[in-house]
Design a protein around this ligand. Sequence first.
Ligand code: NI
Length: 227
Amino acid sequence: MLIPIQGVLSKDEVLQFRQKLDAAEWQDGLKTAGTLARSVKRNLQLADGSPLAVELGNFILRKLGNNPLFVSAALPNRIYPPKFNYYADGGTYGAHVDSAVMAVPGGNVSVRSDLSATLFLAEPDEYEGGELQVEGPFGIQAVKLAAGDMVLYPSSSLHQVTPVTAGARVASFFWIQSMVQNDSSRVLLFDLDQSIQGITPALAADDPRLLKLTGVYHNLLRQWAVT
Ligand code: NI
């Protein structure tokens, strides 16, 4: 399931990001491509661990920690430090599945990729092409969101970024190890949580039906969560 999360960054924050990123030194994305990706990846990336990547990445992580929709959808356990990429001049990333386990640079921690995230940092009208296409059970879904919006999708899915034929596509991307590894279990919890949030304003806080549903949510999460 693709889950869009609007307004992870405000337009003001995007502007500040872009001022810094547009002046940054980008390097060939092939440096970090695995053997499978080498033949299909053509883009630029900010060096992992560079002061700018760390600064902006930490800012994104702080925003996500306070984003109830993200927390509900991802149930994050570990998050890979956000990376940044830049596609222009026909830049593309052909169909691939993300690596399952990612070692965090400079540490002895690794992150199992349950969910992949793309945070768009360019407006859709700044570039042509550059769609994120994700293959799911109901076919291919194309995603091209407003700057500041983010999409979550299963890391197990085949996906690609189509060639950017004009302008530049700037984005942040990273992976999330969820407390609930199984996609369909996590989606059930997300649907239940969102439904509870939706009906809560219409009910008294001590409504026994609401208390029971909330209990069901937490007791399922207790059964399924691995921390
Ligand atoms: Ni990917």
